[in-house]
Design a protein around this ligand. Sequence first.
Ligand code: NAD
Length: 255
Amino acid sequence: MKNAIITGGTSGIGLGIATKFASQGYNLLLNGLEKNGEEITQEIAREYGVRAVFSPANLQQPEQIKRMVQQAERELGQVDVLVNNAGIQHVSPVEEFPEDRWDAIIAINMSATFHSAKAVWSGMKARGFGRIINIASAHALRASEYKVAYVAAKHGVAGITKVLALEGAPYGITCNAICPGYVRTPLVEAQIADQARVHQMSEAEVIEKVMLKKQPVKQFVEVQAIAGLALHLASEAASQLTGALLPIDGGWSAQ
Ligand code: NAD
């Protein structure tokens, strides 16, 4: 059976992808900053009877990313699938946007995608099979005010995705980006509060007038829908699907 690294795999969308992959027999390395990351990982291993290891690597540090990939190769054998999912958000008007949040968002949401892909690349190339799945965002395709770093980073991920698809094509390595609209995860729960402050609205108004305003299907995207697409992208059947930016956004990017 195949092995997958899922960054940010111990919360939200990443945890949903981890559970889906485990249910299909994938062995996993899950990464994240959650204090109970080890327990979450072992629970998945027990429930689905797969091998699963945890890495608390901080993706802001390229050296820790290298060690995370080495850990997967040592403890699982090889890396067949890399899901670059970890991400953070900060919502603020540009003139108040803190420099350290800019740096952190660019490092975690964008640069870590490059560093982790670089670290798995030679193994995938040698075996003639690899799947790199970047969890980007509708903000890889569209902009919103007060999210200058996030929109820049996610557009950067779109560019990285296309380049890796071209470079991977001769070697059986595909690279795609999933671009979700709003999904109700811990990241979005925190943002509802931030947006309420910036827009001077109640939290209910933020959900209706800011977030779901842009999603014609007036519902949050389900984690399971994203996990199902990621599973397909990881499969042998998706060998011709590469370099794509795939929206699951309730019609947002149709506008
Ligand atoms: P989440 O906050 O539930 O999970 C984020 C994960 O990233 C956590 O496991 C966290 O520990 C990890 N992480 C954060 N900083 C890290 C670091 N420095 N090193 C290692 N791990 C780190 O968020 P989520 O909503 O599940 O988001 C997952 C991805 O989906 C992100 O890239 C996000 O931008 C993207 N996304 C989310 C939404 C949404 O509406 N929730 C929409 C589009 C795209």
